[in-house]
Write a protein that binds this ligand. Structure first.
Ligand code: GLN
Ligand code: ZN
Length: 756
């Protein structure tokens, strides 16, 4: 048998995105939107028709966690009197009645969910209509539905307790959740529900207020036992890691099946014996739902054989490692990619084919109906393994021979040289790199990409933008200037497009949140930098001013974490190659006279493993790669890094070990509380905490920023502090950026005056 955990819902051509945005803009009606959604579901079920079940309720207008919050009536007080789609989108996007719920990353993926807010005064009530409609839609089309539902423990564990006692809230929520299940049970004689419980992969945890309820063995057993007792075919599925501790608990209930990820959670094999000894069906996640490479069916068959050496064949269902939400829809529309590389790639639709073939091969052998598919698959995998495109000897040699792994002068000596040469004052002012990306600028880049604008005209346009940026920064008297990043569409794509070993799809969109999609670069081969990527623009910008111009790069860990990465090497090996490419760029910049270079590691934290026992290893190589990329910097070249968050408590030692001369971080929204950890650990390197929040169009007053700087000075001394806004100026308008930065510089000057 075969099934999947979930399918992408955005549509082959991002139909859902377009419909949602039209609906929000008042350009289409609710029923237009509903019709688009219905068509998409139909199309997506059609693609799954050869599976034993089609997924129902994996569809969502915005997010599945939000769907469940809504189905349980878990709405924040401020939206209580809103209903229907209005109330639903209010939680996702905000409303005149109040701000949106927070959004955060779904485990270690790039998908964001809406964080439910729970409170002791809430009254929860199950609401099944939406789910019921979709179920009946699938039935009417003749499919066997399997309902995808977020498990109670994961839902509760990921929520935010706005007010009250977690235990009391959990009890109320549980009762509404079980009511919802009762309603679902009425849909059919034998309903199948697959409960997603990825929170179980964290092992036993006690680091949140909810943890005592989430990791309560007794509660887990009780809830799933009672669901199974309702006559529901109950499958509990975990993904993104192994869940051995919790699998053991689940096996003590009378649920029907257990779904495990054998890609990201290879250690799940340790539970096979226990599953064999139970009567449970194993939903074996063998097709990778997180990455885009063609599966190696021969090796999948071997894995299946080792599984069925323990668990009888009839108790094994072949499935995906997680929902296919994390990969693009299909590759039908890719006409520009190198055809061989394209043949190595498998998006969601192609993965369904792999599942179909794997099931048949497993059942009927390699000489059955799927023989041709199997042979072709073997050829593709062999070609990929031996292709020159994936093996660049020069790169491999360079990585293995590289000895330049950290800067040769210690920070305390470097910083003296830098301060001397660069001559910047205490509380030096700068920005994080980008300036407003205007519609004209976007049109310029797009026109150039499409060949409608000549190279000369494009370059003239970019230069003009840089001139304006420099002029403005000089006018307001910032200390360290930036060129504004007008040539960049995206901080990873810009580098990926210039590096060997990367390809880009035309239509490989993956949902990031709501209607927002990203098109991650694909790293297929060894990474090399054929020529300088940023040098000309930075030198041009520097030529316009006597002030210091900061070079701007994206770090190796961030490039890795925001790409689809080849799976025939370890992530750390790929990251090392990227690190050396970035090192070359740093070297070119410093040889060109650039004195300060910022290496952004916006996504450093996102790569952290889900299980505590793997964190050390990630930190080891991620840190090493960052250091390899910056080791080439001479003592008098100042290296900055930047991270888009403020919570450093757990990772401060790693941040310190990165050995960047200056780190800019996001603090405006969290105040200086979180900064204290820098003081507590005796952090000596320089720090630039964001002094105003750029996420809002509001212009901060000089006084407000003065107060903020004074608050920072209570935590860190003036010699250690840089003053900058949070990151993301590219998302704002010039009318907002100009007065805000002007006020920031004025505030710094006022504070400096009082310090003398
Ligand atoms: N230098 C980048 C910018 O200012 C950093 C972006 C980020 O931190 N995400 O846009
Ligand atoms: Zn940032």
């Amino acid at each position: 048998m075969s099934s999947i955990v979930g399918f992408p819902r955005i549509g082959q051509n991002r139909e859902l995105k377009k419909a949602l945005e039209a609906f929000w803009a008042g350009k289409c009606s609710q029923s237009d939107l509903e019709n688009v959604a219905k068509d998409l579901r139909k199309k997506h079920w059609e693609a799954q028709k050869h599976l034993d079940y089609v997924c129902v309720n994996d569809f969502s207008y915005y997010d599945n966690i939000l769907d469940l919050a809504y189905a349980l009536g878990a709405k924040p007080q401020r939206f209580k009197d809103l209903s229907g789609l209005e109330g639903y989108f209010a939680m996702a996007r905000g409303h005149a009645k109040g701000v949106a719920c927070e959004m955060t990353k779904w485990f270690n993926t790039n998908y964001h969910y809406v964080v439910p807010e729970l409170s002791q005064t809430d009254v929860y009530q199950a609401q099944i209509q939406t789910l019921k409609d979709q179920y009946n839609e699938a039935k009417a089309l003749g499919y066997t539905p399997k309902i995808s539902l977020i498990g109670l423990f994961t839902f509760f564990g990921l929520s935010k307790i706005a007010q009250g006692d977690p235990k009391a809230i959990f009890a109320k929520l549980k009762s509404a959740y079980l009511d919802l299940i009762d309603e679902i049970a009425k849909l059919d004689l034998e309903v199948v529900i697959e409960f997603s419980e990825p929170i179980f992969v964290r092992g036993w945890h006690n680091d949140t207020p909810q943890a005592q309820c989430v990791y309560d063995k007794q509660a887990i057993k009780e809830v799933y036992e009672s669901i199974a007792q309702k006559g529901i075919k109950t499958i509990v599925t975990t993904f993104f890691e192994h869940s051995n501790e919790l699998t053991e608990v689940l096996l003590q209930t009378s649920i029907y099946g257990i779904g495990l990820d054998f890609i990201a959670g290879a250690k799940n094999t340790q539970s096979l014996g226990a599953i064999a000894a139970s009567n449970k069906v194993l939903f074996a996640g063998l097709i990778d739902g997180r990455n885009i490479w063609v599966a190696d069916l021969e090796s999948k068959l071997k894995t299946l054989e080792s599984i069925t050496a323990q668990i009888p064949k009839e108790r094994v269902v072949i499935t995906t490692s997680c929902s296919l939400l994390h990969v693009p829809f299909g590759k039908d529309d890719e006409s520009k990619m190198d055809s061989q590389i394209l043949s190595w790639i498998s998006f969601a639709k192609e993965k369904l084919e792999e599942l179909r073939a794997l099931e048949d091969l497993f059942k009927n052998g390699v000489n059955g109906e799927s023989k041709a598919f199997f042979e072709a698959n073997k050829a593709i995998n062999n070609a990929r393994k031996t292709s020159e495109k994936t093996n660049n000897k020069a790169v491999r040699d360079r990585v293995s021979k590289n000895t330049l792994k950290s800067r040769d002068v210690a920070f305390k000596d470097r910083i003296k040289i830098q301060r001397d040469e660069l001559g910047y004052p205490d509380l030096a002012t700068t920005t994080i790199g980008s300036f407003p990306q205007t519609p004209e600028l976007r049109a310029l880049r797009l026109g150039y990409k499409k060949g409608e604008i000549s190279k000369d005209a494009y370059e003239a346009g970019i230069k003009e933008y840089i001139q304006d940026c420099v002029k403005f920064q000089e006018e307001i008297d910032l200390d360290v200037l930036v060129h504004g990043e007008p040539e960049r569409n995206d901080m990873v794509e810009y580098f990926g497009e210039q590096l060997e070993g990367f390809v880009f799809s035309q239509n490989g969109w993956v949902q990031s949140y709501g209607s927002r999609c990203v098109k991650p670069p694909i790293i297929f081969g060894d990474v090399a930098r054929p020529k300088a990527m940023t040098l000309d623009w930075i030198l041009y910008a520097q030529s316009l001013t006597k002030k210091i111009m900061k070079g701007m790069l994206t770090g190796p860990v961030t490039i890795l974490n925001w790409s689809f990465v080849r799976d025939d090497m370890t992530r750390s090996q790929v990251c090392e190659q990227i690190a050396l490419a970035i090192a070359d760029e740093i070297d070119d910049l410093q040889k060109g006279g650039v004195k300060i270079i910022q290496v952004d590691e916006a996504a450093f934290k996102e790569g952290y493993p889900l299980r505590a026992e793997n964190i050390k290893e990630y930190e080891r190589w991620a840190l090493e790669c960052f250091k390899v990329s910056t080791a080439v910097a001479k003592a008098n070249t100042q290296i900055h890094t930047h991270m888009c968050y403020s919570e450093f408590n757990d990772i401060i030692k790693t941040i310190e070990a990165m050995d960047a001369d200056v780190i800019s971080i996001e603090t405006a929204r969290s105040g200086n509380e979180l900064l204290k950890v820098f003081k507590e650990v005796g952090y000596t390197h320089e720090v630039g905490p964001g002094v105003y929040d750029i996420h809002s169009p509001r212009i901060p007053s000089t006084q407000e920023i003065i107060d903020q700087i004074k608050a920072l000075l209570e935590v860190l001394p003036k010699e250690q502090l840089w003053i900058n806004p949070d990151c993301g100026l590219k998302t704002r308008k010039w009318e907002e950026v100009k007065p805000s930065l002007k006020n920031m510089v004025e505030a710094v000057k006022a504070v400096r005056g009082t310090l003398k």
